[in-house]
Write a protein that binds this ligand. Structure first.
Ligand SMILES: [Zn+2]
Length: 96
């Protein structure tokens, strides 16, 4: 699971004790956000009929509160996983 959150939502985001017992791990990295330059930041809406909408998104919004996180300001990239740690994806969302 990958999310980008604003700093205030990220502060309250932690694993539940049951999730930890089930082997879930959490990685939180603060980054100056940017919209990925490769067009991969999209909203895809799927129904039983297939993909009905696949739109590039020009801004980053917090996945919890939906507030915009303006480019270059600090957001928190959150990754949750079990088993193998996922590869770095945060870099694509990090303003250089
Ligand atoms: Zn938020």
């Amino acid at each position: 699971m990958r999310r980008i959150l604003c700093s205030s939502c990220a502060n309250g985001f932690n694993l539940h004790p049951e999730d930890e017992r089930d082997g879930w791990k959490l990685r939180k990295i603060e980054i100056p956000v940017q919209v990925p330059t490769d067009g991969s930041h999209r909203i895809v809406i799927e129904t039983d009929q297939g993909v009905v909408s696949d739109t590039p998104v020009p801004i980053i919004v917090c996945d919890t509160c939906n507030d915009e996180i303006p480019e270059g300001t600090i957001g928190v990239a959150v990754t949750m996983w079990r088993g193998m740690e996922p590869d770095n994806w945060e870099d694509k969302y990090t303003k250089k």
